[in-house]
Write a protein that binds this ligand. Structure first.
Ligand code: MG
Length: 159
């Protein structure tokens, strides 16, 4: 059987923070506010995996009230979730993700993000899709206040 999962996340920009998207550092860009490193794309990916397996969500696994996760590297959170998914008897079929922001431009780093996600998810890069869009200047995302990410994961049963 295959199972589909969907994840969404959003974070607002905050001066003085470093920007990470999909585990890739964007030098010279303003970062996002958050308890962890605020990697909005990794958070959406995590929720899509947990959703597909019906194993809760990122907040129930890594509560932002827990000092343990302050400044946490979201790549480590994703690695832990990938392990949990494996133990529950699933492997990733494919992932499709969309990042929405007016800046930075994603395209120059899309291949690096796909490669990093494939590494963290332990799958071939051909199973990982990442797309960047703007919000056509509409709403707060379009006004450049933050970044939104959506992710869909398909899990295949291994047991
Ligand atoms: Mg988040």
């Amino acid at each position: 059987m295959m199972r589909i999962g969907y994840g969404y996340d959003s974070h607002v920009f905050q001066e003085g923070r470093k920007l990470f998207l999909g585990g890739v550092y964007f030098e010279g860009e303003i970062g996002l506010k958050g308890h962890s490193d605020a990697d909005v794309l990794l958070h959406a990916v995590i929720d899509s995996l947990l959703g597909a397996a019906a194993l809760g969500d990122i907040g129930s696994h890594f509560p932002d009230t827990d000092a343990k996760w302050k400044g946490a590297d979201s790549a480590k959170l994703l690695a832990a979730v990938v392990e949990e998914i494996e133990e529950a008897g699933y492997k990733l079929g494919n992932l499709d993700a969309t990042v929405i922001c007016e800046r930075p431009k994603l395209r120059p780093k899309v291949e690096a993000i796909r490669a990093r996600l494939a590494e963290l998810l332990k799958v071939d890069i051909s199973r990982v899709s990442v797309k960047g869009k703007t919000n056509e200047k509409m709403d707060d995302v379009g006004a450049g206040k933050g970044i939104v990410a959506h992710a869909v994961s398909l899990l295949e049963e291994t047991k």
